[in-house]
Design a protein around this ligand. Structure first.
Ligand code: GCV
Length: 720
């Protein structure tokens, strides 16, 4: 009797906690394919789907079929048959339209003509007089993307009885950039080691490699740069290229090309040459041969990503040559094979007596029109370095003859690393929707990177990956949402942050209205809170030295001024902020007139960028009537309180989601609260030494001294 009671109690707990047959350790990401718990919805789907019919025999079509089979079997909780003739209703049909005899009967050529090489069409229709769901495209990979979209529709409980949905990516190259070293250390990685086990490659293939490819394909990512931009030439040696080939073979069925970072000095380091001068014939020959060797092994190799003459990396300027000379040499080598070069614009030097925020523009703008047609210039979203909030980079819109590729950071180097829940879609969207005014009103960053404004067909977007060997891939479970959001926006930048969050929550947690609404609330406000407890009102780059963990606005007198905090906040007894208007560094002049005027005038400069562009007295009167100092205090406190609100909402979900993930996030949120308060206290106490004004009494007062905060050291902080 007791045993039965205990057992039923256990069962009730399991049911209540939503514990599934799988450990909810986050490994399955948003592709969990758990049986649909709502009986009515399950019945509805089960009455419409019972089998899969597919045509084609490529590895991509097999991958699509396998995913659909596994996905549907899991979601519907019953066996889905593979059939070779359509005899009854309820089949999902997978086929490339142009090569399918079966789909010939459908009048859909017109719909497919706009979908290009990667788009797809999902249609509820009749095939052989039987009601079916058709997933079709112009290519195999289009079918694969369609399958993932269809599975997402079911995972998010969307109706499927009248689907007529077509979609094609708006940007051609949608890449992850891994800052992964060959020794498996991940620069700015907060989720363990690199997932690439170079030592065991090419013979040992972890299941993670395929799951990585599945996850990326599910959100439309079609390329991966395997190695760090602070590059190691060794990856270009034969031994390593064979390892790269093994990974490329795993990724290929999922439409993912591999790319490598090319260390500019490789001809010297592994080629035995005396120079890496891009105009030297031997150097050019060396690269030509190297590229030939790569394409023999990997016929669909994507190309190179290069960080040159930046932060100590070698580059063409070592030989008195320009960035375009360097990029074009590699472009020439890659061109015969269809490869491309992504040349980074992240350049600045402490020796250049110029505001760091201006340097990339100064170097690259004059090179517009000088790059070969298989070169993209890859530009970070803002002019400094992935800060919690930056204005858009002034290069966007300023190089109309050159395809500019966006570089976002998914790993949260400056956004709380892997202990803070910060949903980044709103930050990405803010940048993408910024109006550069370079070709009149409406010249958004989006239209520059999707090529529509300057008629570029070679277009791209990259996200610095946040993956690692942690069981849940990203360290913080909500880091997965940022990987997901990056991919979804790369495919369709018109999606809203909310739509993307909605999809991710439903797939990752549940379709329960309450759970979706609560988690969405947490996610959608999280970035704004983070900006405010770290760097409100346009403050930036005031974090810990080198590891970038935690606050350290006091950093000064280091070997590079442009890596110190005082360089950026410029706090003194008169006030705070970086004057980047005409009276200061004049960085505003790098923007189109309308934007320049908007940022330069105190009347119109958004509060969000106030101290990015202006140095203002502590008692400056804000629009709200508060003094600047009061406003800074208010903002820091608003951010901290926001985190407390997030915790409250999360706690309300106890017992409604599985205990494993509930607890994981709960513990991290409590770290986040401590870190938010630490940021606030340390920054306010430090800035107070200049403002000499009290922290208004209505706010929580710091519980430690400034000396205490300044004494903290983190020699083993991750990621450096
Ligand atoms: C890969 C920042 C990071 C560096 C990174 C660099 C870059 O400075 O702190 O770790 O180097 O950006 O984007 O090249």
């Amino acid at each position: 009797m007791i045993r039965i009671r205990t057992l039923s109690l256990l069962l009730t707990i399991l049911l209540l906690s939503g514990l599934s047959s799988h450990a909810e350790d986050g490994y399955r990401l948003w592709l969990r394919y758990e049986k649909i718990p709502n009986k009515n919805i399950l019945k509805e789907y089960s009455s419409q789907i019972n089998s899969i019919y597919f045509e084609g025999n490529s590895t991509t079509i097999f991958a699509a079929k396998e995913e659909l089979l596994n996905g549907l079997t899991g979601l519907l909780g019953s066996e889905i048959k593979e059939i070779n003739r359509i005899k009854s209703t309820g089949s999902v049909v997978l086929a490339v339209y142009s090569s399918s005899k079966l789909l010939n009967e459908l009048n859909i050529a017109g719909q497919l003509s706009d979908l290009g090489n990667e788009g797809f069409l999902i249609l509820t229709t009749t095939v052989k007089n039987k009601k079916s769901i058709v997933i079709t495209a112009n290519t195999d990979v289009g079918v694969l993307y369609g399958v993932f979209h269809f599975l997402m529709m079911i995972q998010t409980n969307q109706p499927i009885d009248k689907i007529n949905f077509a979609s094609a990516p708006k940007i051609k190259l949608r890449l992850l950039n891994h800052w992964d070293n060959l020794d498996r250390f991940v620069e700015r990685g907060y989720a363990g080691f690199s997932i690439w086990d170079w030592h065991k490659l090419p013979d040992y293939i972890y299941p993670q490699y395929k799951d990585y490819a599945r996850a990326n394909a599910s959100i439309g990512i079609n390329g991966t740069v395997l190695t760090n931009v602070n590059a190691n030439a060794r990856v270009l040696t034969e031994d390593y290229l064979i390892k790269v080939t093994a990974l490329a073979n795993v990724f290929r069925p999922y439409g993912i090309k591999v790319y490598l970072t090319a260390r500019f000095s490789a001809p010297i380091e592994i080629g035995g040459l005396k120079t890496a001068d891009p105009l030297d014939n031997n150097v050019r020959q060396w690269w030509n041969k190297k590229v030939e060797e790569i394409y023999k092994l990997i016929p669909d190799f994507g190309g190179f990503l290069v960080k040159a003459n930046s932060e100590g990396q070698p580059g063409p300027q070592n030989y008195g040559r320009s960035h375009s000379d360097g990029a074009n040499m590699l472009a020439d080598a890659l061109k015969p094979f269809g490869g491309i070069v992504m040349w980074r614009a992240f350049v600045y030097s402490n020796e250049t007596p110029e505001d760091r925020a201006k340097q990339a523009y100064n170097e690259f703008k004059p090179l517009d029109g000088k790059f070969k047609d298989n070169v993209l210039v890859q530009v970070k979203n803002g002019p400094v370095d992935f800060q919690p909030r930056e204005p858009f980079h002034p290069l966007f819109g300023s190089m109309p003859k050159t395809p500019l590729m966006m570089e976002f950071q998914i790993t949260q180097e400056y956004l709380g690393q892997a202990t803070n829940l910060v949903y980044l879609a709103p930050m990405y969207k803010e940048c993408l929707e910024s109006d550069t005014f370079t070709k009149g009103k409406g010249s958004t960053v989006t239209k520059i990177i999707d090529g529509s404004i300057d008629n570029h067909t070679l277009t791209g977007i990259a996200g610095v990956a946040n993956t690692g060997t942690d069981r849940n891939w990203t360290g913080h479970l909500f880091g997965q949402a940022n990987w997901y959001a990056f991919g979804r926006l790369a495919w369709n930048h018109q999606l809203s942050s909310e739509e993307i969050a909605d999809e991710w929550i439903r797939m990752t947690f549940s379709n329960s209205k309450e759970i979706v609404a609560s988690i969405k609330k947490v996610m959608l406000s999280s970035h704004e809170y983070c900006v405010n407890y770290m760097t409100p009102l346009g403050l930036h780059h005031i974090m810990g030295w080198d590891h970038h963990y935690g606050p350290a606005p006091w950093i000064k007198e280091k070997h590079r001024a442009d890596w110190t905090s005082v360089y950026y906040h410029r706090a003194d007894s008169n006030g705070i902020g970086f004057d980047r208007t005409a009276t200061g560094s004049n960085a505003t002049s790098q923007y189109a007139t309308q934007v320049n005027n908007n940022f330069s005038s105190l009347e119109t400069c958004p509060d969000e960028f106030l101290l990015w562009f202006h140095h203002l007295p502590w008692n400056y009167k804000m629009k709200s009537g508060r003094t600047l100092w009061d406003k800074i205090c208010y903002k820091y406190n608003w951010g901290v309180n926001g985190v407390r609100g997030m915790i409250k909402i999360w706690n309300s979900l106890e017992g409604k989601i599985d205990p494993m993930r509930f607890k994981h996030v709960k513990m991290l949120l409590s770290i986040q609260e401590k870190e938010a308060a630490w940021w606030r206290n340390a920054c306010l106490l430090y800035f107070q030494t200049f403002s000499k004004m009290p922290i208004p009494i209505e706010y929580e007062q710091p519980d430690k001294t400034l000396d205490y905060y300044m004494s903290l050291e983190f020699p083993y902080a991750p990621g450096i």
